[in-house]
Design a protein around this ligand. Structure first.
Ligand SMILES: Nc1ncnc2c1ncn2[C@@H]1O[C@H](COP(=O)(O)OP(=O)(O)O)[C@@H](O)[C@H]1O
Ligand SMILES: [Mg+2]
Length: 296
């Protein structure tokens, strides 16, 4: 089966290996709620992918399926070619980790060190190695120096970073994040996205994040899947996926603000824009083009 970006499943045109191959026919919660319907998506090694959808579209459910927490779905999910449902939790958690939306659901120890050390200690790494892992993970999330601090006294954004460090310390190279920017102020959102981009580029971590933050997405993500009522309705690069405002409104999302502006200048004010820019930089170039045309 081809996925939503029209690529076949072993590896893509860049030769990147498929880490997670998701083929879901349906998932229904015990109370009868139909949370996921037929969908296909592949997550490649080194990819930074987003699942974009409004509240209740199925993002959290999909991430839980990809993390092996939800097993009674109809379909098939492969992790490095192996049936996720046949792997033990230990085999899954060596590779994939899910960061919950609310860090208070994830953190439980009293200090930062204890919390980040919990995973690798449980996995049986020797004490000295655990300390090294904790220090490296804290450095990766820009939280070196916080090891002795009480979890209780951290800000919301710092708690989110510690959750990520806890997974990195266990050696995960696929991170699933449920709305990592939710609840952060605008600066915190950018810092979080820059951190994830750094982990993706420099540490080679494959990332899948659920979000409804349309303005940040085009700046950071390689691939985007739009989820609506439990189905993936579109997938591809942000440029492929963000089209007309009406289509986005159908899935209870909007375009990035900058794209909305250019769309209305083109359609309401009839200015000759060729393409719909998604970022300030692209918009600036397009506006300069239109301005120079009007001088001719
Ligand atoms: N434990 C549950 N039991 C029953 N229905 C649920 C449960 N969790 C979520 N749902 C329902 O499944 C759908 C998808 O929810 P969810 O995956 O949490 O969406 P999102 O993360 O995109 O907001 C929603 O209709 C929601 O009400
Ligand atoms: Mg959710």
């Amino acid at each position: 089966m081809e996925n939503m970006t029209g690529r076949n499943s072993d590896s893509d045109e860049r030769g990147l290996r498929t880490r997670l191959s998701v083929r879901i026919d349906s998932y229904t919660y015990p109370d009868g709620t139909n949370a996921l319907s037929a969908m296909a998506l592949d997550i490649r090694a080194g990819e930074f992918a987003g699942i974009l959808g409004s509240n209740g579209s199925g993002k959290t459910t999909l991430l839980k399926v990809m993390d092996g927490l939800m097993k009674d779905f109809k379909g098939n999910v492969l992790l490095d070619g192996m049936d996720l449902r046949k792997l033990s939790p230990k085999e899954i958690y060596r590779k994939v980790g899910l960061v919950f939306q609310n860090p208070d659901d994830q953190l439980f120890a009293s200090t930062v060190f204890e919390d980040v050390a919990f995973g690798p200690t449980n996995m049986g790494f020797p004490e000295k190695n655990v300390s090294e892992r904790v220090n490296t993970a804290l450095a990766a999330v820009d939280m070196s120096g916080y090891a002795k601090k009480s979890i209780h006294n951290l800000s919301f954004g710092q708690k989110k970073r510690i959750c990520i460090a806890g997974l990195l310390a266990m050696g995960h190279d696929i991170l699933l994040l449920d709305e990592p920017t939710a609840g952060l102020d605008p600066m915190g959102e950018y810092r979080m996205m820059h951190l994830l981009q750094k982990l993706n580029r420099e540490n080679g971590v494959t990332i899948v994040m659920a979000t409804h933050s349309v303005d940040l997405v085009p700046l950071f993500l390689h691939t985007l899947y739009i989820l609506s009522k439990g189905a993936i309705v579109r997938g591809g690069t942000p440029e492929d996926v963000f089209t007309a405002p009406e289509e986005m409104a159908n899935v209870k999302l909007r375009l990035p603000h900058i794209a909305e502006l250019i769309h209305s200048l083109k359609h309401k004010d009839k200015l000759p824009f060729d393409k719909l820019p998604l970022t300030i930089g692209e918009a600036r170039r397009e506006i300069l083009k239109v301005a120079s045309k009007s001088k001719d």
